[in-house]
Design a protein around this ligand. Structure first.
Ligand SMILES: CC(C)(COP(=O)(O)OP(=O)(O)OC[C@H]1O[C@@H](n2cnc3c(N)ncnc32)[C@H](O)[C@@H]1OP(=O)(O)O)[C@@H](O)C(=O)NCCC(=O)NCCS
Length: 141
């Protein structure tokens, strides 16, 4: 991929473009009805950010579940104008390499049941569906 550079931010995404990209992802997902009204990131998460010609265009934000030797992907996002050109695939390959470096065993991630675009991408990247998540909104007292 031409001019694509992947930067890694370990255990601290504060003041990095990962936060801006995460906010864009949350806004898009929220408007599509895929997301809760609270963003799911922590300052001490890690991130891989894709830059093209110096501009941040895509991100994977992840956290290490060390006791399980598992990486949990919290956010995956590519800016609309950069989609369908392999940016997320390149980020995913970097995520796999990072996981190998850490000697972790698996990478998990969730997506909304109606987010069929992301589900198609997961399938393309050989990430099989292996669980259903059920939710219960507790009635307010
Ligand atoms: C999902 C997303 C990250 C994919 O990024 P991307 O850079 O466009 O993905 P890639 O170009 O690397 O595509 C990877 C593969 O999935 C396929 N794909 C990508 N978008 C697709 C879509 N909307 N529908 C079907 N297949 C799709 C590509 O064709 C490619 O397959 P190929 O290698 O056989 O050509 C991006 O569309 C996005 O940010 N969506 C909005 C945010 C979102 O829903 N994030 C996930 C929240 S859980």
């Amino acid at each position: 991929m031409t001019n694509l550079v992947i930067e890694h931010y370990a255990d601290n995404i504060n003041k990095t473009p990962a936060v801006v990209l995460a906010l864009e992802e949350w806004l898009e997902s929220y408007r599509n009805g895929y997301s809760d009204d609270v963003m799911n990131i922590f300052w001490d998460d890690s991130a891989l950010v894709a830059y093209r010609d110096g501009d941040p265009i895509g991100v994977i934000i992840y956290r290490k579940l060390s006791w399980m030797k598992t990486i949990h992907v919290a956010i995956g996002y590519v800016r609309p104008q950069a989609r369908r050109s392999g940016v997320y695939t390149t980020l995913w390959q970097a995520m796999v390499s990072k996981t190998q470096e850490l000697k972790f065993l698996t990478i998990t991630g969730t997506t909304h049941v109606n987010n069929i675009d992301m589900q198609a991408v997961m399938q393309k990247l050989n990430r099989p569906l292996f669980a259903y998540t059920y939710n219960f909104e507790v009635p307010k007292t």
